[in-house]
Design a binder for this molecule. Structure first.
Ligand SMILES: C[S@@+](CC[C@H](N)C(=O)[O-])C[C@H]1O[C@@H](n2cnc3c(N)ncnc32)[C@H](O)[C@@H]1O
Length: 300
């Protein structure tokens, strides 16, 4: 019996499998990027989405599959690995789910969404509940191809969207590892005052935005100072970043923290666990993350 299904980000099945194994969760089979577990669901940092109440349903026909889903609830998102034609025919019989790209800043969709797939032509896996409000955990945006100097801005857009909160006009932000300035661009565009810290300079267009200042130097050399939002996209060993987060949290100087935790080679699960264990913090893989996790924390 499948009790939980975890959707791995593209190409990141390994860290998800390792995380589940460390947590004592078995994986009986993979259906594409979906890890099928006989054990009860568990919060997962690496999963894009967790199907928390999966049921295997015999579906002798397309109509039977669509009827079974409609009998449970209105909104369903499909995860298609195989049997694409049959899945499309079933989806056609379901109410449409609008999965339009978001226009930042806006809140994530609030309507209840389940997930389903065909494990075999006559066997469906359907979960009325899942952890992500997005179809297959994909938080897509109408992109800004003109303003930001790097695509890293999409990570910050997603982190803020998933928090359902973003800096307001006049709030102070410290952006560590800011160059060339994608994150600084996002924060300044929201009207915040941003101190961008990097050894490298900002893109001149970002440096010239109102409220932006550049501080040349290392993120690790800055003593905690009062700031509403502390952000970091620095490339650093997770342990070093963990020490930085702990220092700022202990000082009580930052209202909120958003750090990208980057991994090179093998995933440092011990460091990830330590981040996840920080009270009032949350560690998650964003759809726009690569081999990285995003740590968010809020002062009580
Ligand atoms: C992935 S890039 C950041 C991209 C940026 N968030 C954006 O949106 O454009 C990482 C940056 O970290 C900077 N960096 C690396 N070590 C640093 C340190 N110790 N202190 C400050 N910046 C550092 C690098 O110079 C680089 O610009």
């Amino acid at each position: 019996m499948i009790q939980a299904a975890y959707l791995a980000p593209d190409g990141l099945e390994k860290p998800l499998a390792e995380e589940l194994s460390r947590a004592g969760r078995a994986v009986d089979a993979w259906h594409g990027r979906l890890a099928l577990s006989p054990d009860p669901p568990l919060p997962s940092a690496w999963a894009l989405d967790v199907w928390t109440a999966p049921r295997e349903i015999a579906v002798p026909s397309v109509k039977a599959a669509a009827d079974a889903l409609r009998d449970i609830q209105r909104n369903w998102s499909a995860y298609a690995v195989a049997h694409h034609r049959r899945m499309a025919l079933i989806a056609e019989r379901l109410p449409p789910v609008k999965a339009r790209p978001l226009v930042f800043p806006e809140h994530p969709p609030s309507s209840h969404l389940g997930a389903w797939t065909l494990l075999a032509p006559d066997r469906m896996l359907a979960s009325a509940t899942k952890t992500s409000p997005f179809v297959n955990g994909e938080c897509a945006f109408v992109e800004d191809h003109i303003g930001p100097p790097s695509r890293a801005y999409l990570k910050l857009w997603e982190a803020l969207t998933r928090l359902g909160a973003w800096p307001g006009p006049g709030e102070t932000c410290l952006d560590l590892g800011a160059a060339p300035g994608g994150w600084t661009f996002v924060l300044a565009r929201l009207g915040a005052r941003v101190a961008a810290v990097d050894k490298a300079p900002l893109d001149p267009r970002v440096a010239a935005m109102p409220g932006v200042t550049w501080r040349e130097g290392s993120a690790f050399a800055i003593a905690p100072e009062p700031v509403d939002w502390l952000c970091s996209d620095v490339v650093a060993y997770p342990e070093r970043l963990l020490a930085l987060a702990r220092r700022w949290i202990a000082a009580g100087s930052a209202g909120r923290i958003i750090f990208t935790v980057k991994f090179q080679g093998d995933t440092d699960h011990a460091a990830a666990d330590a981040f996840a264990a920080i009270p009032d913090g949350h560690l998650t893989h964003l759809w726009h993350n690569k081999h990285e996790l995003t740590f968010c924390w809020r002062r009580r």
